[in-house]
Each structure stands twice: as structure tokens, then as C-alpha cells.
Design a protein around this ligand. Structure first.
Ligand SMILES: Nc1ncnc2c1ncn2[C@@H]1O[C@H](COP(=O)(O)OP(=O)(O)OP(=O)(O)O)[C@@H](O)[C@H]1O
Length: 453
């Protein structure tokens, strides 16, 4: 049964076409993963399919009810005791619940709404391993159609029956799960590379042949002056015939070269590269010392005692289930909680889950330049390596996609004047290439990192 149909859907922002989609269909048993690099338009498309935003042109026809879980922004207030138990949600005030718990709440509500179509924007973000497994299980059991975005390969592999890929404003449909999509993409890429190589080889061959024929034609000499008149006439005639023949052959080659079916050079994405600034030297061996104090949210004690230390050059990961107090502990560090001992020369750069270091009404460039010791030229170069090129740097933070916002917020921390980095879930919403680039720079650096992941 057809639940959703897209007909000539278009959306642009400030002269940039985000997408122009001829048609798409969603049927009752579909489990679709919408994939694409950060900023390609996935969230924009989902919001239009769900009916919470309007396209510039085109129609979305819905033949069933739709339940929509947007990215972690709004939070529905009430949740039943049943759902609370089933999803093991923490019983805290809303201002205190963690990102993972907010996500679980929204999904629990959406899945019990009896909708025909579930549209979810990155439902795996902020979830711990148990949460992702439960989500997989619940989605498998869901009777209607599912359309979701995720940058989690395993999750897409387990769930999806088809992948919609959005790239350069177009959506291409691939049957099968994420691995099947990657295989088909690889075959397509190999084919277009082969075709492009064959095309350029043949074009060069024809053009070279045409040049050689012309040179041969130009090389046919005039009759020497010592030749008699009749002999010279004969020479001229046969040379003329030969020249015309060569020129015709050269033209034929040029025509064949012009008529070759043109193959475009396959697009290669420039790699994403994060850079870390020079950092103020740290001469202390022990950077942070936990003195056995509790981790608390308001009056709720999340952990009785936290002991241990962060030593110079270490890369420490804080792991734990949703709501176990990871972000709270990071906040204690960042706020120099008196229960901790923090070395004097430590300058802590903090990336938090909600990218609060970005001012929404400021552009990416303004945000990054603020508090950075670097000049504009250097910062623009660094932003370009993160795919913020030319006018992109003048985009305001409040219009950025989830992944673009993460990049902007991370680069602001990386180009600040810090020697200890505290990163709270730095990979949420990042596409796979960007995640890899982030891992690379952090693995190669000599900063102290404390990561919640
Ligand atoms: N109001 C706006 N003005 C200008 N550009 C905008 C506006 N809203 C969104 N954009 C741009 O549209 C593009 C698509 O955004 P969208 O959030 O749909 O991307 P996405 O594919 O979901 O990305 P991500 O994987 O990072 O979540 C982004 O480049 C974003 O900066």
C-alpha cells in the first residue's frame, strides 16, 4: 500500500538548490534509511515529508498518518508510566534529563502513536548501546513504514530494506541495506571512472590523430622553383589531392572526437580535515585529580564517589549508560568544581552536546574568530578544510544543519587557546568522513582529551 508520494519537490536557500526531486514513493513495509553527507538536505527533506515545513515547489501526498521524530530540539512533555517502565526512563525533571533520555522519550511516544509512517531524524544520536538495541527491536516490530536518517552503519544494516541517498540535490534509491548500498555505489563509481578514462583516452587519440594528419598535410611541399612548368603543374595537382585527402581525414577525426558521448569526470569529495591549534604548554604531570566526591544533579546523587586522575598527555573516555552522569561529571570539570583539583596551567576548551559555544545570530566565521588567537586568513583556511568554503563561512549558526553545527562548534574549540579538551559526545550527527577526520586529529594530537561517547 502506498503511504507517501513525492512529486517534483524543490527547496532552495539563498540561491542554493538544496534538492530538486522528481518522484519518491514510500510503501507500507518499507524501512528506508536516508543517507548523505552533512548539509545535503536530509533534515529539510524529512520535515517536508512529515508536513512540518513547506517546499518551494511540488507536492507530498500522504495516504496515512505520519509520526515524526525530529532531531533533538523539542521535547514533548508528558509520558505515560507504562512507556516510562518499558523504556526504563529516568524519573527526573525535564531540565535535568540527558540527551539520550530525551531521544528515548520521543521515540517511545512516536512508536506508540499507531501512525502508518514513522519518520525519524537521527534517532540513534545520544543513545547508549542498550538504547540503540532496544530501538532496533522496537522498529523491527513496528507495523508501518519507516523512513529515518542515521550515520550509524550497523543500525542501518540491521534495519533497512532500501537506502535513499541524497547528493547534490538528487535522491537515488538503492535496494537493500547499507552494505548493499555501498557495494552498488562502488560498482557505479568504478563504472563511471572506467567510462571517463575510456572517453578521455579515445578523445585524446582522435585529437592527436587529427593533429598528425594536419601536420602531414602542412608538410606537403610546393613544387621546387627549378621544376619545369608542366612538371610543376603535375606536382601541384597531386600535392593538392593529397592535402585535401589528409585535411578531410583530419576533419573526420575532429568530428568523431566532437561526437563522442561526453562523460563527466566523477566527482571526488575533498577530504574533511580538522586542525588543532598550537597550545599553551602544560608543565604539570597531574592535570585533574578527582577526590572521591559524588556526582550530583540537584539533590539526585548519580555516583557516590569519583576517584582517579587525568595525567599529562592522556586521552580519557568516560563511558556509561544514558543518564549515568557523564555530562554532569564533564560539567564539574569545566566549571572547576571545588571537589576537584585542577592544575593551574590547564586551559580547558569545552565542546558540549548542544554546541553552546556558538552564538546563533553570529556567522561561522564570527563565532570561530571570537576568542581565537588566529587571524581571519588562517581561520578561513581551516574552515575550508572542513567544507566551509567561500560564502559558507558567512552562514549564521542558527541555519546550520546538525553536522555543520557540530563542525563549527568543534573547530571553535580546536582553534581556541586551550591545552585540555573536554568533548561531550563530539561525534553525534557527524557523517562518516567527518567522524574519521575527527578521530584522526584527536589520535594524533598531544592534548589532554576527556571524551564522553
Ligand atoms: N534558513 C536557512 N538559510 C540558509 N541555509 C539553510 C537554512 N536552513 C538550512 N540551510 C542549509 O541547508 C542545508 C541542508 O540542511 P539540512 O539540515 O537539511 O542538512 P542535513 O543533510 O540534514 O545535514 P546533517 O547531516 O548535518 O544533519 C545546510 O547546508 C544548511 O546550512
Amino acid at each position: 500500500m502506498l503511504f507517501l508520494k513525492v512529486d517534483h519537490l524543490e527547496k532552495s536557500y539563498g540561491g542554493r538548490t538544496i534538492f530538486s526531486i522528481e518522484s519518491l514513493y514510500l510503501y507500507d513495509q518499507d524501512r528506508i534509511g536516508l543517507v548523505g553527507r552533512n548539509g545535503e538536505g536530509k533534515s529539510t527533506l524529512l520535515s517536508m515529508l512529515a508536513g512540518t515545513a513547506d517546499p518551494d515547489a511540488g507536492v507530498v501526498e500522504r495516504y496515512g498518518s505520519v509520526s515524526y521524530v525530529p532531531k533533538l530540539e523539542e521535547l514533548d512533555s508528558e509520558i505515560s508510566a507504562d512507556l516510562n517502565g518499558k523504556w526504563k526512563l529516568a524519573d527526573q525533571g525535564q531540565d535535568q534529563i540527558s540527551g539520550g533520555e530525551q531521544t528515548r522519550r520521543k521515540i517511545a511516544q512516536a512508536l506508540t502513536s499507531n501512525a502508518n509512517v514513522l519518520i525519524a531524524d537521527e534517532p540513534t544520536s545520544h543513545l547508549d548501546v542498550a538504547g540503540i538495541e532496544q530501538l532496533e527491536h522496537e522498529l523491527q516490530a513496528f507495523k508501518g513504514a519507516i523512513l529515518l536518517t542515521s550515520h550509524d552503519k550497523d543500525f542501518l544494516n540491521k534495519l533497512c530494506t532500501a537506502i535513499w541517498e541524497i547528493e547534490a540535490g538528487q535522491v537515488t534509491v538503492y535496494e537493500g541495506n547499507y552494505d548493499a548500498y555501498l557495494k552498488q555505489k562502488q560498482i557505479e563509481t568504478d563504472k563511471s571512472q572506467r567510462e571517463y578514462q575510456e572517453y578521455t583516452r579515445e578523445k585524446n587519440r582522435l585529437e592527436q590523430a587529427a593533429r598528425q594528419l594536419k601536420a602531414k598535410s602542412d608538410g606537403i611541399k610546393k613544387a621546387p622553383s627549378r621544376m619545369g612548368n608542366s612538371e610543376a603543374r603535375l606536382h601541384k595537382r597531386s600535392a593538392g589531392v593529397q592535402k585535401a585527402k589528409l585535411n578531410r581525414a583530419a576533419e573526420a577525426m575532429e568530428t568523431r572526437s566532437r561526437k563522442l558521448e561526453k562523460k563527466e569526470k566523477p566527482k571526488e569529495h575533498e577530504p574533511i580535515v580538522f586542525d588543532l591549534a598550537e597550545f599553551p604548554a602544560l608543565h604539570s604531570k597531574r592535570i585533574i585529580q578527582f577526590n572521591g566526591s559524588p556526582v550530583k544533579v540537584g539533590s539526585v546523587t548519580l555516583k557516590q564517589h569519583v576517584n582517579g586522575e587525568v595525567s599529562l598527555g592522556s586521552r580519557l573516555a568516560i563511558i556509561g549508560g544514558n543518564g549515568s552522569g557523564k555530562s554532569t561529571l564533564l560539567n564539574q570539570i569545566v566549571n572547576h568544581d571545588p571537589s576537584l583539583t585542577i592544575a593551574q596551567p590547564a586551559k580547558i576548551g569545552f565542546f558540549n552536546q548542544h554546541q553552546e559555544n556558538l552564538e546563533n545570530n553570529k556567522t561561522i566565521l564570527e563565532n570561530t574568530m571570537k576568542d581565537s588567537p588566529y587571524n581571519q586568513t588562517f581561520i578561513r583556511k581551516m574552515l575550508a578544510r572542513l567544507a566551509f568554503k567561500r560564502d559558507d563561512v558567512h552562514k549564521k549558526a542558527n541555519v546550520l544543519s546538525g553536522g555543520e553545527r557540530m563542525r563549527a562548534s568543534l573547530v571553535k574549540v580546536f582553534l581556541g587557546n586551550y591545552n585540555v579538551l573536554v568533548l561531550d559526545e563530539p561525534t553525534n550527527y557527524l557523517d562518516l568522513d567527518t567522524k574519521e577526520a575527527l578521530t584522526e586529529v584527536l589520535a594524533a594530537s598531544w592534548y589532554d582529551h576527556i571524551c564522553d561517547s
